[in-house]
Ligand binder design. Structure first.
Ligand code: FES
Length: 164
């Protein structure tokens, strides 16, 4: 899957195949394929004449990039101290139970990837869950199902934070 360099060449050419556009190129690939396939990295390396090791180090540095396949929707549960004491671990357990994957995993149908984060920087509204960039404040176990339902049948969106 995604082993054809031509799939990525068009994206690279859109950015004039210039080294300075490495990050926007990786962003476009990530957004289209939900991760950075190995062939994509090799094609970028060749077309931009940047050593593979440098590309991997950029891709590993930024959280927005993933080197392994991700689901269509990314659920991030905050496990920072403030969210932890307000029930973060129980909420994570409920996501794990409903999605049938452990934290860090992707569902078999590739619909959801479940991740954790140390702190999202909005501790006052915790426990916090983020799905595809949408923030859900003051989460409880009882709200997990409705959060998942919103995304289960919906295309990936780059939506703004929504009210809970
Ligand atoms: S600990 Fe969760 S937002 Fe800071």
């Amino acid at each position: 899957m995604h082993n054809d360099p031509s799939e990525f060449e068009a994206i690279i050419e859109r950015h004039s195949s210039e080294k300075q556009y490495l990050i926007p190129i990786l962003q476009d690939i990530q957004s289209q394929f939900n991760y950075l396939p190995p062939v994509a990295l090799a094609t970028v390396s060749k077309q931009l004449d940047i050593p593979m090791i440098d590309i991997i180090s950029v891709a590993s540095f930024y959280n927005a990039f993933s080197l392994t396949p991700r689901g269509e929707h990314v659920v991030t549960v905050c496990m920072g101290t403030a969210c932890h004491v307000r029930g973060g671990p129980k909420i994570l357990e409920e996501f794990e139970r409903r999605l049938k994957v452990p934290a860090g995993g992707t569902t078999e149908n590739k619909q959801f990837t479940l991740e954790t984060v140390a702190c999202l920087g909005c501790c006052a509204i915790g426990p916090v869950v983020v799905v595809d960039g949408d923030y859900y404040a003051q989460q409880t176990i009882g709200k997990v199902e409705s959060v998942l339902k919103k995304y289960a049948s919906k295309e990936k969106n780059n939506g703004k934070p929504r009210e809970n």
